[in-house]
Design a protein. Structure first.
Length: 75
């Protein structure tokens, strides 16, 4: 009898665990949640591209100044 109660409790616990995990996965798969994640990724990518372009511009300006100085050209 104790064995049956034990296994019944294990089954109930496993079922509760599966239901809770399934709800969590389903909430993350809603269109709103997916849209939010895509939006956050796009924002991060945009910031990375902006940072990269700023660095390229700064390095380009620095190199141009070095070349002008080396060639004796005026600004």
């Amino acid at each position: 009898m104790i064995g049956r109660i034990f296994w019944f409790s294990v089954g109930v616990g496993a079922a509760v665990f599966v239901v809770v995990k399934a709800r969590s996965v389903l909430q993350q798969a809603t269109p709103q949640a997916l849209g939010q994640r895509v939006s956050e990724s796009a924002t991060g990518i945009t910031a990375s591209v902006r940072d990269f372009s700023d660095r390229v511009r700064a390095a380009s300006a620095e190199r141009e100044a070095e070349l002008r100085d080396a060639l004796g050209l005026q600004d």
